[in-house]
Design a protein around this ligand. Structure first.
Ligand SMILES: [Fe+2]
Ligand SMILES: [Fe+2]
Length: 328
């Protein structure tokens, strides 16, 4: 693994070139650009307007939105994760290395996601904010293990997967928000989606470079990340009410099509194609096995998705503290 850290270090010039995938702060959107300005004369009407629109959001969409917001609010765990991976680490906290600048710039963009969604939820009046905040605090206390074993290859592969997963999830929420007449929420989710999309592109490029430099070990790392189902960042959230809050949230996300088994399969296939896994040659024996495994993997999840869609299991109604214990 020391050698992985060295390889990751060695691609720093490539990371430097791709720092352009972060937006300059002066060109970045900020939460206050979209939400009502409470310092202006017409603030009351602006807030009323936001709340009228938010009334159109169905409970199931609201539940998924809250779960997505809790996920974003656990950003301290994600920055900690980045800094656990040797080679990528920001050694001083203000290091000038390309990896350190990338990880701080990425964190700074991500920070706006929890910020804007949290403020929207607060202003909407639709959510039990205490229950939402308890869920976030518990998630941060409980932590998050991405099962990368602190291997920087796995860390970058995992993050490529997650950035795409969040892009899909926020993107689908934007569509549902607009469909239900809440164009403010639609805009918020679209902005977040745009960020996730740039981040996804960056992480995918970093891994693409690793494949160029060290194909066998990178392919093995990719297969190992996918051997078990990819752990979701909010896996350990808890509201001190539901027995398994994350699983409940995941069921609703699947039901309303915000993040589904089919999305999971599609992400795998997208990464396999983007990184040209099937076409790699000259791999070590173990890497060739990993390549075979990866080449056939999305099909297995697609079959599972087909089955789930053909025979949706009858789910009992699930109650959520986030929406005052109503059931969806
Ligand atoms: Fe995010
Ligand atoms: Fe992200």
């Amino acid at each position: 693994m020391d050698s992985h850290a060295e390889v990751v270090k060695s691609i720093e010039p490539f990371v430097e070139e791709n720092l352009k995938l972060l937006m300059p702060v002066k060109d970045s959107w900020q939460p206050s650009d979209i939400l009502p300005h409470l310092e202006t004369e017409g603030w009351h009407e602006d807030v009323q307007q936001l709340r009228r629109q938010a009334m159109g959001i169905p409970d199931d969409v609201l539940v998924v939105l809250v779960g997505n917001t809790v996920t974003e609010e656990a950003l301290p765990s994600y920055q900690t994760m980045v800094n656990r991976h040797p080679g990528v680490t920001d050694n001083t906290g203000a290091s000038d290395s390309p990896w350190a600048r990338w990880s701080r710039g990425w964190t700074a963009e991500e920070n706006r996601h929890g910020e804007i969604l949290n403020r929207y939820l607060y202003l909407s009046g639709r959510v039990d904010m205490h229950a939402f905040e308890v869920s976030t605090q518990n998630l941060l206390r409980n932590g998050f293990d991405p099962k990368t074993g602190n291997d920087p290859y796995k860390g970058l592969i995992y993050t490529s997967f997650q950035e795409r997963a969040t892009k899909i999830s926020h993107g689908n929420t934007a569509v549902l928000a607009n469909k239900n007449g809440d164009t403010t929420l639609g805009k918020i989710c679209a902005l977040v989606t745009g960020d996730e999309s740039r981040h996804e592109e960056a992480y995918k490029r970093f891994v693409w470079k690793l494949i160029e430099v060290d194909p066998s070990e990178t392919v093995i790392a990719f297969a190992q990340i996918l051997k078990n189902t990819v752990t979701m960042p909010a896996r350990r959230m808890a509201d001190d009410v539901a027995a398994d809050l994350f699983s409940q949230f995941a069921v609703v996300a699947q039901q309303i099509g915000v993040y589904t088994m089919r999305d999971y399969a599609d992400i795998i296939e997208h990464l396999v194609v983007y990184w040209g896994i099937r076409g790699l040659s000259g791999l070590s024996g173990d890497a060739a096995k990993a390549q075979d495994y990866l080449g056939g993997l999305s099909k297995r999840y697609l079959a599972l998705a087909d089955k789930m869609e053909a025979h949706p299991s009858a789910q009992p109604k699930l109650s959520f503290s986030w929406i005052f214990n109503r059931s969806v």
